[in-house]
Design a protein around this ligand. Structure first.
Ligand code: THU
Length: 242
């Protein structure tokens, strides 16, 4: 896959500015990262954050980033460079097979428990795992934390980012499963609910609580009165036509 092809997986209905990076892990695996915007702009996931959380959630260590253009000088790139000691390579002609991100069907609750071991949560010691059940297999996610807490990502958003960057047709996602080890009652945070309803507005959400009980919800019910605005997309059209 080329970086140009990967860019087409970006979700950028508000800016119209796709972006993609490919991250190589220490063991030589290649992971995709794309920009994933949200109607609430500050919840946008950058291509770098996307690739880093996917790679880390697979238990791999990121070492090198491939990009089409040199990194911007906004300070964010410096953060990843410092935090992960990354090497950058500008390779407009990059074209290699990426690693598979869908795993075969398995027992969901065992899989959720096993996945907790992949969580990188040294600051909270609160591992969370998520599975997106698709017709073609399972897409997993765990929570990832960094020294700058705002640069990490919850398990639910890691799984959604992985599905989008992995080119999964989101309409093939049949359910989202969530599990935590601690806490009497598990529940997705508000930011995850906002991202879930933007991409998966009509799916069942199964919460596998730490006490072994299971509750079933509907994704759009998780965030009543959520922020929606036709203005944002209409405004983009208006700006483009000027
Ligand atoms: N966390 C999730 O992964 N999902 C949620 O919905 C709630 C919070 C993670 C994020 C962070 O790593 C830790 O739990 C504590 O906030």
């Amino acid at each position: 896959m080329t970086l140009e092809e990967l860019e087409t997986r970006s979700y950028t209905p508000y800016s119209g500015q796709p972006a993609a990076v490919i991250l190589e892990s220490r063991s030589g695996k290649l992971y995709p990262g794309v920009r994933i915007e949200n109607i609430s702009f500050p919840l946008t996931i950058s291509a770098m954050q996307c690739a880093v959380v996917i790679c880390t959630s697979e238990g791999e260590q990121p070492v090198k980033v491939y990009r089409r253009t040199p990194p911007s000088t906004d300070g964010k790139t410096d953060f990843w460079e410092r935090e992960l000691d990354l090497e950058y390579s500008v390779e407009p002609d990059f074209d290699k097979e990426l690693d598979e991100i869908v795993t075969s069907h398995d027992d969901i609750s065992h899989c959720l428990q096993r996945l907790l071991g992949r969580s990188h949560s040294p600051y909270s010691n609160f591992p969370v795992s998520t599975i997106l059940e698709t017709s073609g297999g399972l897409v997993s996610g765990v929570n990832i934390e960094f020294s700058a807490w705002e640069s990490g990502l919850c398990a639910e958003r890691t799984a959604i980012a992985k599905a989008i960057a992995g080119g999964i047709d989101l309409s093939s996602i049949k359910a989202l499963h969530l599990h935590t080890r601690h806490g009497e009652y598990s529940s997705p945070c508000g930011a995850c609910r906002q991202v879930i309803i933007e991409h998966l507005p009509q799916i069942p959400v199964f919460i596998h609580h730490s006490d072994g009980s299971l509750s079933r919800h509907f994704s759009s019910d998780l965030l009543p009165y959520s922020f929606k605005s036709d203005f944002l997309k209409k405004n983009l059209q208006h700006t483009k036509n000027q």
